[in-house]
Design a binder for this molecule. Structure first.
Ligand code: DGL
Length: 263
């Protein structure tokens, strides 16, 4: 017999996944691939995206509000599928909810740096991610092993939120921010915002297909599985789990579902 909500074992509860908008679905896809038996609640704050050009205080307060709402729905763990919100708030959230696994995402600089001998690495992210202390510390850790350049792409999130992955307008914007890099040889490009994997092909085209791309999605999925296992919270059901999409802009749930099904 199926147990009612209050009687549910903790490991049966869903995993909450949060992003400023639809981009976090790139992380959700990896979570589902690795843990198909889990249930998920994905919340995107598309009404207020992009977060990357807001103030630190605004991003903190929105992130805490939405993570609080996921916890109120009984999630057993929270994945902050947003580099910007992670850099602004993950340590505060961990202090506030010490009993809940809270997994954040950061630009995948480590695998990019380790992918070649002293590589040239280009990191694309939001202005806040690049500016915040968390990423500055990460840069310091790897700056002697690679030549690292960072490029904020503040408008790119808006294209993905509109479901625009390859229009002429998008390409014109990418040329504006990336033309300075296209004639150079890059060994790795880090997609340091969870929206960016959805426009990877357009970025590749503008950079003339010269590099390997890295994003943090699969690393976050592995880390989430490790943390759940460690705490005895992995779902042991052999049936496929359920995904519930919630969004502050209800017109975006259809796009989230479509992106979750895309490869
Ligand atoms: N997906 C968010 C990230 O990874 C985008 C932030 C934004 O809304 O600007 O940083």
């Amino acid at each position: 017999m199926r147990k009612r909500g209050s009687e549910m074992e903790r490991f049966e509860q869903p995993i909450g996944v949060f992003d400023s908008g639809v981009g976090g679905v790139s992380v959700l896809r990896e979570l589902i691939r690795l843990m198909p038996y889990e249930n998920y609640i994905f919340f995107g704050d598309s009404l207020r995206a992009p977060y990357g050009s807001k103030t630190l205080q605004e991003v903190r307060s929105l992130t805490e509000q939405h993570v609080g709402a996921l916890l109120a729905q009984g999630v057993k763990a929270v994945v902050i599928a947003c580099n910007t919100a992670t850099s602004a708030d993950v340590s505060i959230l961990r202090g506030k909810y010490p009993g809940i696994p809270i997994i954040g995402i950061e630009p995948a600089l480590k695998p990019a740096v380790l992918s070649a001998e002293h590589p040239r690495v280009l990191v694309l992210a939001t202005p806040m991610t690049i500016r915040e202390e968390k990423f500055c510390r990460l840069m310091k850790q790897y700056e002697t092993q690679a030549e690292i350049m960072t490029q904020p792409c503040p408008e790119l999130v808006r294209f993905v939120e509109r479901g625009d992955f390859d229009s002429e307008e998008l390409k014109a914007y990418l040329h504006e921010v990336l033309d300075a890099y296209r004639k150079e040889k890059w060994d790795a490009v880090v997609l340091g915002c969870t929206h960016f994997p959805f426009v990877k092909h357009a970025i590749q085209e503008v950079l003339e297909n010269q590099t390997a791309f890295f994003d943090g999605g699969s690393g976050v999925a592995r880390e989430t599985k490790r943390r759940l296992k460690e705490q005895g919270l992995l779902q042991d059901n052999a049936r496929s789990g359920r995904v519930v999409f919630q969004n502050s802009d209800s017109t975006k749930t259809k796009l989230c579902r479509k992106l979750a099904e895309s490869q």
